[in-house]
Design a protein around this ligand. Structure first.
Ligand SMILES: C[S@@+](CC[C@H](N)C(=O)[O-])C[C@H]1O[C@@H](n2cnc3c(N)ncnc32)[C@H](O)[C@@H]1O
Length: 310
């Protein structure tokens, strides 16, 4: 018997509701009586320890996590449920940036999409959402450089009711970006929540870290034009900290942002928080905001098209 935490996001990410449940064998479908613990408004992170700690019930969540580090976390948004288990190394539960990208996809008219790829899929939430909500999609590729991410994405996709994904071609691929995918395979939609924080000390090579380095961001902008069908779109997240680089790559590879949304989220990247010099630089440039002990960044989700596909 294990505890399971469910974090349900309401529409437009306005609220976050925390529940506890008990499960045998991590199967959340068997949990009937989720117990509501606490509701937070305007979430800026999936597990906002700072705000949770301020509340008696929220503190229970934090204390339980300290005691049982491997509690599975179920993230729910618009009826799409995705589980995260700590043993899948270097993966995270769907975070606020994941949901921000997903909410953007919810608002889009994606009726033109038949084939899509989720690059850097992690636990698979974004691609899973596309599969569950856009029934005209017949091919979906999940790709990540981290083999544990692909294992976890497979678990999540296996939990989708069969009738929802019958006859769809679902491919799991471990590789750097599109490297293992034959060039003749093209997509109507490329989605990605890549590592989006540039850091001078990051090597900027594949596998820098789930949030650090802009190698994947750069490679996506460079190669997506060749990987998209006519009228295809690349929809991705980036941070205000990487915005200069994103504009430069877009100029170099004939990409154009046709729509964009922004959101302020918490900034918790250990390597940068410990690098006081770089931290001061980011604050001075207005790229990071400090409020009390906490840091905030603005993230952006952009809908991009390329001249060669128009
Ligand atoms: C910020 S996490 C996003 C995970 C998930 N899509 C989400 O939104 O929660 C970035 C993901 O990109 C993957 N990644 C980093 N570099 C990559 C590369 N060069 N090729 C493919 N995946 C990469 C990481 O392993 C990680 O799972």
């Amino acid at each position: 018997m294990t505890y399971m935490l469910k974090i349900k996001y309401t529409k437009n990410l306005t609220n976050q509701i925390f529940y506890f449940g008990f499960s045998r064998n991590n199967n959340y479908n068997l949990i009937k009586n989720w117990k509501k613990i606490i509701e937070l408004k305007n979430p800026i992170s999936t597990l906002d320890t700072y705000r949770l700690k301020k509340n008696k019930k929220g503190k229970i969540i934090i204390d339980l996590f300290k005691k049982y580090k491997d509690i599975p976390i179920l993230i729910e948004f618009n009826d799409c449920k995705n589980i995260w288990l700590q043993k899948y190394k270097n993966t995270f539960p769907a975070n606020i940036d994941t949901l921000f990208l997903t909410n953007f996809l919810r608002e889009r008219k994606l009726s033109f999409v038949r084939s899509a790829i989720d690059v850097g899929c992690g636990q698979g939430f974004v691609g899973q959402y596309l599969l569950e909500k856009y029934h005209d999609i017949n091919t979906l590729v999940f790709t990540d450089i981290n083999p544990y991410a692909i294992k976890l994405a497979k678990i999540n996709i296996a939990m989708i009711p069969k009738k929802m994904i019958n006859k769809k071609k679902i491919i799991f691929n471990v590789s750097d970006t599109f490297d293992n995918i034959p060039k003749k395979i093209k997509f109507d939609l490329i989605v990605s929540n890549p590592p989006y924080v540039p850091y001078p000390k990051a090597k900027c090579v594949k596998g820098d870290g789930p949030y650090l380095g802009v190698y994947l961001l750069q490679k996506l902008i460079k190669e997506s034009g060749n990987r998209l069908n006519k009228n295809g779109h690349l929809i991705l997240n980036y941070s205000v900290i990487s915005s200069d680089k994103v504009r430069k790559y877009l100029r170099n590879f004939n990409g154009k942002i046709i729509d964009e949304k922004t959101k302020k989220v918490s900034f918790w990247i250990k390597e940068i928080l410990q690098d006081k010099k770089f931290l001061r630089f980011l604050i001075r440039k207005g790229l990071l905001e400090k409020k009390g002990d906490r840091y905030f960044q603005e993230i952006r989700v952009a809908d991009i098209i390329f001249a060669e596909n128009q």
